[in-house]
Each structure stands twice: as C-alpha cells, then as structure tokens.
Design a protein around this ligand. Structure first.
Ligand code: FAD
Ligand code: 2HG
Ligand code: ZN
Length: 476
C-alpha cells in the first residue's frame, strides 16, 4: 500500500460501507483468507463486504487512490486459488456475498437480473419460481456465486446442452478499477455495436473489475427427465456411445458425465451413504440424462438406445432409474468425487479440454506417460479420471501415495503436470477447461499459451487496470 497507513485505509473503507461491511478481526477473516481446499493461505488488513454497487464503487475508488490491491471473492469455492490473497498483508478482499438481491425476472424476455453475490442455487430457484430454467449446475451450487461463475466462466454438468457461463449471460454491470461503474445490464440477444466488452469480463478472474450484477438467460423448464448409469469396458466405447446418443437424442441429451472405476471406488470408500449402482467391474461408468419440456417418451428412448448399445458391445451394463431417490443417489456418486479426493490425500489435479474425438487416445497415452514418470521418480500414482465427457473435459487427476512430505508432493505435482499438459498441447487441447488459472496454473499458462496471445491479454489488462490493483498475482 502506498502513502496511506492501514488505519487510514480502514477508516476510509469504514466511512464507505459502515461497520456491517468490514471484517477486521483476524479470526473472523480466516474463512476468507484460506481457500476451501486449504491449499492457499493469505493475509489481509480487512475484508470489505459491500451491500450494493454504489458501495463497491466507493471501495474501489479508495483502493484506486491508495494503490491498494483488491482480491474479489464470491463463494470462495474456486479450484485455482483465484480468490485467495497473497501473504503480504497489503491486499484487501472485497467479498460480494452481501450483494444478494434478485433484481428482476422477465419471463417474457426469458431473463433474470441478479446481484453478483447471489448464490447459484438461489438463481436457479428464482427461475423456477416463474416456470423457467437457469441451467448452470455444479457441485458447489449451494455456495458459489453468480459473480464467481462469471469470473471463472464456470462449466459444470449441463454444458453439452446449454453451454458454459459465457453462453448464459446477456449483460453485466461492472465496477472498473478506477471506481467507475459500467452499466452493461442489457437483456439483448442481438447487439452488434462494437467490441464485446461483456465477454472480456467473463473468465477474467477478478483481474479487470468487480462484476456487481448480471442479466442471465432463462430457458424452458424441462419437466420430463430420465437418468441412467452405464458401465463400459473402455473410454473409446463411451465416446462412441456419446456420439450415438447425440445424434439420436439431439438436444434431449443434457448430461453425459464419466467416472473411471477408480474414481467410483474412491467415492464409495470416502463418501457415506453411497453404493455401487451395478455389480460388475467395468473400467468406466457414465451418468446419462435426457430431458425435455414434455414427456416425449424419454425413458423408452434411452432404454432402446442403451439396449442397442449393449447389443453392439459398447456397454457392459445399464441401470435405469425409476425414482427421484435413485436419481439423487447416482448424482451423489458423481458429485462426491471432489470430496472423496480431499479425504483420500494429495491429488495432482488437472482440468483439461480436448476434442471429444481425441479423448480416448489422450487418456491411453497419458496413462502410460504418468506411469513412466512416477516410476522414474520412485513413486506411484493412482489415476482418478472423471469429468464432463460430453464437453471433452477430463479431470485427469492423480492420487499420490499417503504420507509423502509436502516437498515430495510439490515435486511430483510439477512432474506430473508437465507430462499431462505437454500431452494436452500435443492434442491441441486446453490446460484449463473450466476452473480458470488463478494462482494454480499461472506458470503453466505462460508456458502453454502462445507469446502473441499472452501479449494481447497483457495489453487488455493494462488498458483496464494500468495500476495493476485487480487481483495481482492471478491469471496473468
Ligand atoms: P470464488 O471462488 O470466490 O472466486 C473465483 C474467482 O472469481 C476468483 O478469481 C475471484 O477473484 C473471482 N471473482 C469472484 N466473484 C467475482 C466478481 N463478482 N467479480 C469479479 N471477479 C470475481 N467449477 C466448474 O466450472 N465446474 C464444476 O463442475 C465445478 N464443480 C465444483 C464442485 C465442487 C464441490 C467445488 C467446491 C467447486 C466446483 N467448481 C466447479 C469450482 C467453483 O465452484 C466454480 O469455479 C465457481 O464458479 C466459483 O464461484 P465462487 O463464487 O465460489 O468464486
Ligand atoms: C467436478 O467436475 C469439478 O466435479 C471438480 O469440476 C473437479 O475436484 C475436481 O478435480
Ligand atoms: Zn468439473
């Protein structure tokens, strides 16, 4: 911080937001200064919790004048350390969680306007209240915020049908790094009036401004749904099944989530009240969902397709659901992988995107390369491969043996990341499909993004934030 003492800064912020908007006690700040994985820890003089856009703008003006770096935080559920401050004690956290108003619902325009701090599940509920559907859905939906979803361009389990967060937003309101408010809260499907500023803020991870409001796209509510679990001998066969279902069921295919048998076993071991949906032991599992606005014979359609897939040798087994409880039990298996990994120990995470046609070849080569690398390093690694197969997004994670020192974990992580990400590059994929860069993949980004793309991104950053106060140390 330049020129101003911490006390001075806190007094100015106090005048802007009042006592209810400040968290100054270190013990109370703990929930904000550490990420949910317990991987990153930081220190701040103060956490500021504005109640609205005007207060947010006042905070940013103060930070702009004092050159105080800002780390914006929503639900603090991110996977890449983007919302955790550094340990200098010079950064402040601006938490959006008090900005939690549903501003407007327009059922005719199919739009929902919300404060950025609205919890994702609350936005889904507000859409349901007017018989509409907001499709973004992910394991953390009970605590992540719409602002965080936008800032990370979140994906989740319905991307193959509805797209990711970038596809689900029509307008934004943003407090810029100098404290001015950009009101781009337009609910338009067509707007060709120049550069797409909105899109720049999506996926910017708090480095260009603080998103304070958003106009989200709503869809017709799917009132019919059918869900099945299948097992398959190889990833290649699951990819073929995905392709068959896409062509046969079209838009009705709304989820195609994959879990290797090792991922499933991890969940069964570490998450209570879970059980295997089938008795056999195939290498891969998939959770498949069809949905529609009316019951157009979905169950029969899926049954037929899976029966044909069985005859064609694409799958070993299939289980259809007949109750909501069964559906919930299947989703608990898929959504339990994150929690199971935390309980299992040190995991080297990846969040890679590949052309769907290359997934099986990638996974086969990555398996060989990871095995060779871990063996050469004198260790072992259990591959926990799961993810959003329908989007070509694998969480190709590697579970390390228990009781390794943190130095060994660090060394193995660098090694395994290198092997996996080099292969991703060979397949023309991406090293971050949906979790963003944050502080986790900052070095990797510099390594894998072309110098020209890095230069263009840095120029954009400088144009918006010349003083470099928005989430320094993240993304770029
Ligand atoms: P935070 O973690 O608070 O912040 C994330 C980043 O966004 C930070 O860089 C922060 O500075 C920035 N930011 C937050 N709010 C704003 C704002 N208003 N303006 C500007 N910048 C802001 N992600 C997926 O994409 N798909 C999944 O399937 C998925 N599953 C998950 C499952 C579990 C169990 C968990 C814990 C997480 C999962 N995630 C997933 C990751 C995470 O939930 C998402 O990245 C989510 O979008 C983050 O929202 P948040 O409000 O918690 O953001
Ligand atoms: C998911 O798809 C999340 O479940 C989390 O993106 C991935 O825990 C992970 O590695
Ligand atoms: Zn995911």
């Amino acid at each position: 911080m330049l020129d101003h003492t911490t006390d001075n800064l806190i007094n100015q912020l106090l005048a802007a937001v009042g006592p209810a908007g400040l968290v100054t006690a270190t013990a109370d700040q703990a929930a904000y200064t550490t990420d949910w994985l317990g991987k990153w820890h930081g220190r701040v003089p103060v956490v500021v919790r504005p109640a609205n856009t005007t207060e947010t703008a006042a905070i940013v003006r103060i930070c702009h004048a004092t050159h105080t770096p800002i780390v914006t935080q929503g639900g603090n559920t991110g996977m890449s350390g983007g919302a955790t401050p550094d340990s200098s004690g010079a950064q402040v956290i601006v938490s959006t969680t008090r900005m939690n108003q549903i501003r407007a619902v327009d059922a005719i325009n199919n739009t929902l306007t919300v404060d950025a701090g609205v919890i994702l599940a609350r936005a889904q509920e507000a859409a349901r209240d007017v018989q509409r559907f907001f499709p973004l859905s992910l394991g953390a939906e009970g605590s992540c915020t719409v602002g965080g979803n936008l800032a990370t361009n979140a994906g989740g389990i319905a991307v193959l049908r509805y797209g990711n967060m970038r596809d689900l937003v029509l307008g934004l309101e943003v407090v810029l790094p100098d404290g001015r408010i950009w009101n781009g809260l337009r609910g338009l499907r067509k707007d060709n009036t120049g550069y797409d500023l909105r899109s720049l803020f999506v996926g910017s991870e708090g480095t260009l401004g603080i998103i304070t409001g958003a106009v989200l796209k709503l869809f017709a509510q799917p009132s019919a749904r059918t869900t099945a679990w299948v097992t398959a001998p190889s990833l290649e066969q699951l990819v073929t099944l995905l392709s068959v279902l896409r062509s046969r069921c079209g838009e009705r295919l709304t989820a195609f989530e994959m879990m290797s048998q090792d991922s499933l076993d991890l969940v069964l071991k570490h998450v209570t009240e879970t059980r295997a949906p089938t008795t056999g032991h195939s290498a891969f599992n998939a959770l498949i969902e069809l949905s529609d606005t009316e019951d157009s014979g979905l169950q029969e359609m899926l049954e037929n397709e899976l029966s044909n897939a069985m005859k064609d040798g694409l799958i070993d087994d299939a289980v259809m659901t007949s109750s909501q409880a069964q559906v919930a039990a299947l989703w608990k298996l898929r959504e339990g992988v994150s929690q199971a990994q935390v309980r299992a120990g040190a995991v080297v995470k990846h969040d890679v995107a590949l052309p769907i046609s290359a997934l099986a070849a990638f996974a086969a080569q990555a398996g060989v390369a990871v095995l060779a690398a871990t063996t050469a390093a004198g260790t072992t690694g259990r591959i926990i491969n799961f993810g959003h197969l329908g989007d070509g997004n694998l969480h190709y994670n590697v579970l390390l043996p228990a009781d390794l020192s943190s130095a060994a974990i660090h060394g193995h992580t660098l090694l395994i990341n290198r092997v996996v990400h080099d292969l991703v590059l060979d397949f023309n994929g991406s090293i971050s499909a949906e979790h963003g860069i944050g502080q986790l993949r900052r070095e990797e980004l510099r390594r894998y993004k072309s110098p020209l793309e890095m230069e263009l991104m840095l120029r954009i950053k400088r144009a918006f934030d010349p003083n470099h106060i928005m989430n320094p140390g993240k993304l770029l």
